[in-house]
Design a protein around this ligand. Structure first.
Ligand code: TXA
Ligand code: MG
Length: 344
């Protein structure tokens, strides 16, 4: 299959690109598009065969449900049984934006492979002009996971999508680099207090300030039936080819680790804030200013992917403070490294 990448900008030809995308989606095809978090790979959420193409293109395990994207806040009540006051308040304040709410799905509302057999669904209204335009034109809910091969870092540019999925999908709408760079926060509102299943741009503190008590587990949540509550979180994720090790944000520890690796005749890529540039790693990918965690979030996946373009044997990543978006960064780093810290 030939994969077309089409750039949407302020050009008049945009309408043609959107209408092609809409035609493809309506014909049961998949289309990659930008959101404010990462690129998504979308299919119409009521079309089982179309949704199956998402799983196939990504190589995604079928027990991992997809997030359903909607174009208006009002559309939510069409698809779910009950919206609590807390859930409604969060939609009112954070939508459009990087917050996915897990709610009770109305029976038979979506193709069964969207929810992976669960009674619940993750709903989100993305805050990106291209995603919103596409949703408005299609006028149907779009199921969309991140547009990467399963296990790889999520794509923050159309080129990342092309690298992973060329030949497997017909169209990528290129809207430039995404904003946040990490996937949405996933919060389970079927329980009270709500539980953060995946930290993201809408932080625990932002939620607490608005609706009070929030549970922020630091381990996987497994319910009575032994089904992980965010099924996706149990799989290896965001992983470049070389092994990733976490290290504390301390120049002496980093220098020591770099030396140990190189003394063994191995090479190392270091992902760290600017102040670590003095370390003698073989490759250095900067997070920028160490106090600007938003910037670290924005560049993290591109840097992890860039490591695959090097011949580094080992990747070292400094771990930020857990405040604000730091919690989401740490969560992704723990997955990328399967939780391993560098041991001197
Ligand atoms: O920012 C994002 O959320 C991006 C963009 C494209 O919108 N999408 C995304 O989708 O990250 P994906 O499929 O890569 O991650 C969805 C996560 C998975 O961990 C999945 O297990 C969880 O949400 N999830 C989806 N539906 C769920 C449900 N009904 N109950 C619990 N977890 C759910
Ligand atoms: Mg993903």
């Amino acid at each position: 299959m030939e994969t077309k990448r089409r750039t949407v900008d302020n050009d008049v030809n945009n309408e043609l690109i959107y209408s092609q995308a809409v035609d493809m989606l309506r014909a049961g095809e998949v289309v990659a598009f930008p959101t404010e978090t990462v690129y998504g790979l979308g299919a119409i959420a009521t079309n089982e065969k179309a949704v199956a193409k998402i799983f196939k293109a990504k190589g995604r395990p079928s027990d991992n449900p997809l997030i359903v994207h909607i174009g208006t806040k009002e559309a939510a009540e069409t698809y779910v049984d009950f919206i609590s006051q807390k859930a409604q308040t969060c939609m009112d304040v954070f939508w459009p934006g990087p917050l996915t709410l897990i709610l009770q799905a109305k029976p038979n509302m979506f193709a069964s492979n969207v929810t992976a057999g669960l009674q619940t669904v993750g709903l989100r209204m993305p805050d990106h002009p291209v995603a919103l335009r596409l949703l408005q034109l299609v006028n149907q809910p779009i199921a969309a996971p991140s547009a990467n091969r399963s296990g790889k870092p999520s794509p923050t540019t159309a080129l990342h999508v092309e690298k992973d999925l060329a030949g497997h999908i017909p169209l990528i709408i290129d809207g430039g680099a995404t904003g946040l760079g990490l996937e949405s926060s996933v919060v389970d509102f079927t329980v009270d207090p709500p539980v953060i299943l995946r930290p993201g741009g809408v932080t625990a503190q932002m939620l607490r300030d608005l609706i009070g008590d929030i549970i922020e587990p630091d381990t996987l949540q497994v319910d009575d039936a032994n089904i992980p509550k965010a099924p996706g979180m149990k799989y290896a994720h965001y992983a470049p080819n070389a092994p990733v090790y976490l290290i504390k944000s301390d120049i002496h520890s980093v220098n020591k680790a770099v030396k140990e690796i190189q003394d063994k005749g191995q090479t190392v890529a270091l992902l760290a804030p600017d102040i670590f540039k003095v370390a003698s790693s073989n490759w250095f990918f900067s997070f920028g200013d160490s106090t600007n965690l938003e910037n670290s979030a924005k560049v993290l996946y591109a840097h992890l992917r860039a490591c695959d373009e090097t011949s580094a044997d080992i990747i070292l990543v400094t771990v930020p403070d857990s405040s604000g978006v730091g919690a989401a960064i740490i969560n992704r780093l723990e997955k990328a490294s399967t939780g391993e810290w560098w041991q001197s």
